[in-house]
Write a protein that binds this ligand. Structure first.
Ligand SMILES: [Zn+2]
Length: 154
């Protein structure tokens, strides 16, 4: 999605866990501990991938997208399908997405990444008529940097 921002990638942490496992410092039971809730979320809202599970290598991983944010109210912390995210991103200003990979075969699970979505990040959406009118040509040239500076001063 083009509007993803403040993306945090957890592949390094995942590799570290897998290294620990290979070295025998943690057991498969410690890392293959997907809760019934997570597995249900994977079944009903998950996004199938073509990545093999790094542990059992017999199932493909499923990505579950959890959403968090004040604007979500009771929906905060729920899983959403990937297809639902752009719709939410059009209606909400900002919310956090956590992507978790799950193996329904052996219960391996790990955080993949997190990012922000929402209207605040859409190009042009934040640059309302007001600002453009008062800024004129200056807005067209460096308006983004100017806005960031003004926000910092608030
Ligand atoms: Zn597995």
């Amino acid at each position: 999605m083009r509007t993803q921002r403040q993306v945090v990638d957890y592949s390094l942490q995942k590799r570290a866990v897998l290294r620990e496992l290979l070295a025998g410092r943690v057991g498969a039971y410690d890392v293959c501990d997907a809760s019934p809730y997570l597995k249900n979320a994977a079944r009903f809202h998950g996004e199938p991938t073509d990545q093999r599970c790094p542990i059992c290598r017999s199932e493909n991983l499923t990505h579950v997208h959890y959403i968090y944010g004040d604007e979500l109210k009771q929906s905060a912390g729920q899983a959403r399908t990937l297809a639902e995210l752009p719709v939410l991103a059009m209606t909400l200003r900002e919310f956090q997405v956590f992507v978790v990979e799950v193996c329904l075969g052996c219960d391996w699970n790990h955080l993949v990444e997190q990012y922000l979505l929402g209207r605040d990040g859409l190009a042009g959406a934040a640059e309302g008529g007001q600002e453009q009118d008062s800024m004129g040509g200056a807005a067209a040239q460096g308006g983004r940097a100017g806005r960031r500076r003004r926000e910092a001063q608030r």
